[in-house]
Design a protein around this ligand. Structure first.
Ligand code: SF4
Length: 299
């Protein structure tokens, strides 16, 4: 461990060595080239002496017991409690992030996270009468090694597994992560490459591929779209999104449209007017979508 690290580390998967001691992380489409002693874009995968390590393994930064509807999941184990964990870090750079303290936090900050083995997470979930474990709050795929170990133990203990994710993950690790997940809510941040490039620093195409992959593997799928006035609320953009969902996933998929509020680096748009979300619901229902949910509305 390098001096200054405040937590133990765990060797990562999905990486390759590069000349000169650098490593390339292959977990998400960023494919970060990481010099020794540095972390990748997500801040929680670090090159320690030529080995890529997961700083998040065993170190959740947030643990809560939530209603499953808060993930949000409307059609999976309704009325149940889910044992929810998150760490620091994220592989997108959304300027409007609604949870930046975790997503842009690091493991060299003064806050020392708890140390929790996968077995201790499952034990706490069971003791608290939760029916599932949820990987949530920050972007869980960037701590895939920890997620997979918890998920496999949870399932062998009779618990379901839930993923709340931006779906910005490469196909090979995605297949392995999704194979141990029962239900997912993926965040589709805006239905254009321009929106992803300008507002998230990522791209839409890999997100859509991951969503299709999860759907093809048979898990329970729901999607969420945070609606930002003047950025991703254009009727044509919403129409394109609905067309894609209808063609690729079917019109029964639960779709959540949530109100945004100004946060982090972005305050150029006002909070989402309730009428915008109500109009989207009317449009979606008129096109045959049967499960439309609106979130964070402030009347
Ligand atoms: S998971 Fe993190 S380190 Fe790996 S490629 Fe993505 S942003 Fe970079």
């Amino acid at each position: 461990m390098a001096a200054g690290d405040k937590v133990s580390s765990h060797e990562a998967r999905w990486w390759e060595p590069l000349p000169g001691g650098n490593v390339r992380c292959l977990l998400c489409p960023r494919s970060c080239n990481i010099p020794s002693g540095k972390t990748g874009f997500c801040r929680i995968r670090k090159n320690i002496g030529g080995t890529l390590c997961s700083l998040a393994y065993g170190h959740p930064a947030a643990i809560n017991i939530d209603p499953i509807e808060k993930k949000p999941l409307a059609g999976f184990l309704p009325g149940s409690k889910t044992f929810s964990i998150g760490t620091y870090g994220c592989n997108l750079g959304c300027v409007f992030c609604q949870n930046y303290i975790l997503s842009r936090g690091t493991y060299t900050s003064p806050i020392k996270p708890e140390e929790c083995s996968p077995a201790s997470i499952v034990k706490m979930a069971t003791e608290n009468k939760c029916r599932s474990v949820a990987f949530t709050y920050n972007e869980p795929t960037v701590w895939a090694e920890y997620l997979i170990d918890i998920a496999n133990l949870a399932r062998s203990s009779g618990l379901a597994t839930v993923l709340v994710s931006n779906a910005y993950v490469s196909p090979e690790p995605a297949r392995e992560i999704f194979s141990c997940i029962d239900a997912a809510n993926f965040d589709m941040k805006g239905f254009s490459e321009g929106f992803y490039s300008e507002m998230t620093g990522g791209s839409l195409a890999p997100v859509l591929e991951s969503i299709k992959l999860f759907h093809s593997m048979g898990g329970h799928l729901e999607l969420t779209n945070l609606v930002i006035p003047g950025k991703n609320d254009f009727p044509e953009m919403i129409d394109d999104y609905l067309s894609w969902v209808g063609e690729e996933l079917g019109k029964e998929i639960p779709l959540h449209f949530s109100a945004y509020h100004p946060d982090y680096k972005y305050n150029a748009s006002p909070g989402t007017p309730p009428q915008t979300l109500l109009d989207i619901r009317v449009e979606a229902q008129s096109r045959g979508f049967s499960n439309i949910y609106l979130g964070n509305i402030m009347f």
